[in-house]
Design a protein around this ligand. Structure first.
Ligand SMILES: C[S@@+](CC[C@H](N)C(=O)[O-])C[C@H]1O[C@@H](n2cnc3c(N)ncnc32)[C@H](O)[C@@H]1O
Length: 258
């Protein structure tokens, strides 16, 4: 449903009970630790406003891909006519980058995965404000979504400023990992770009090592300009702004699926 329609129905419909149930279950799973195998970060921050809750209640049933059955073939059918490619953003945070990509690439369907409720609320607001019909939101850790996506269905993927998990005992929680690269390699189209950004030196090492050891990805960069400067079609994120303010240097990587 287009966001303008969602806005209109927000005034008419009562909140979708399935969505409420899903959200309650997701939260209680997180609280009991049952989701811990997938997602380690926060699921909730400050309480949502009533209008944020209502926006999510109305929009989520239309935004969330239905993982209860097989993915449609081709995957572009998730969005409807006029969509030629599907891109995936993992951990979109406040959703500014995802919304920018959706607005600047109206013939691309953007799927974002984000378990943080306040981030979902922020993206929903961007979708409504921008009248973006080409966005879908998976409100959980990306792993089940990756397993659901068909082979060679994603034309570009983004992992921007993933949670650093600096402690040695938490390194296995990092989303850039051999396991994630295997899952991404399955769903990405040959030649598709995987964009990764980080401001953490140790995470650069983790990323380089994972790419170097992966038979599925290459790093075609020719020189430092390519990873020190953000390309024009790559807008800054909220986390990145904080990193820059704190004086941390950001790295921007563009890998290719073989
Ligand atoms: C440091 S924040 C960066 C957010 C955003 N990309 C930015 O640059 O502003 C990392 C985000 O990844 C999300 N995240 C953590 N684990 C995830 C997972 N398994 N799947 C999808 N997102 C995840 C977190 O909830 C968090 O919002």
């Amino acid at each position: 449903m287009a966001p303008s329609v969602a806005r209109a129905s927000a005034r008419q419909e009562s909140p979708d009970p399935t969505y409420r149930l899903h959200r309650v279950l997701t939260s209680s799973d997180a609280e009991s630790g049952r989701k811990a195998r997938h997602t380690y970060g926060r699921r909730k921050g400050h309480p949502l406003t009533a209008s944020q809750v209502q926006r999510l209640d109305v929009m989520m049933p239309h935004l969330r891909p239905d993982l209860s059955g097989p993915a449609p073939a081709p995957l572009t059918n998730v969005f409807g006519p006029g969509i030629r490619d599907v891109w995936l953003e993992i951990g979109f945070g406040g959703g500014e980058h995802l919304a920018w990509q959706a607005a600047h690439n109206p013939d691309v369907g953007m799927i974002g995965a984000e378990p943080f409720l306040n981030g979902q609320a922020s993206l929903a607001s961007h979708i409504e404000d921008g009248g973006l019909a080409n966005v879908r939101l998976y409100d959980d850790g990306v792993q089940d979504l990756l397993a659901w996506l068909p082979p060679a269905s994603i034309g570009r993927a983004f992992i921007l400023f993933p949670d650093p998990w600096p402690k040695k005992r938490h390194i296995k929680r990092r989303i850039v990992s051999p396991k994630t690269l295997v899952a991404l390699a399955r769903v990405m189209v040959p030649g598709a770009e995987l964009r990764v950004a980080t401001d953490i030196g140790e995470y650069v090492r983790t990323t380089m090592l994972a790419i170097h050891n992966s038979p599925d990805f290459i790093w075609p960069a020719m020189g430092p300009a390519e990873w020190c400067e953000r390309p024009a079609d790559w807008p800054p994120t909220r986390y990145e702004a904080k990193a820059v303010t704190a004086g941390r240097k950001c790295h921007y990587f563009r890998f290719l699926r073989r």
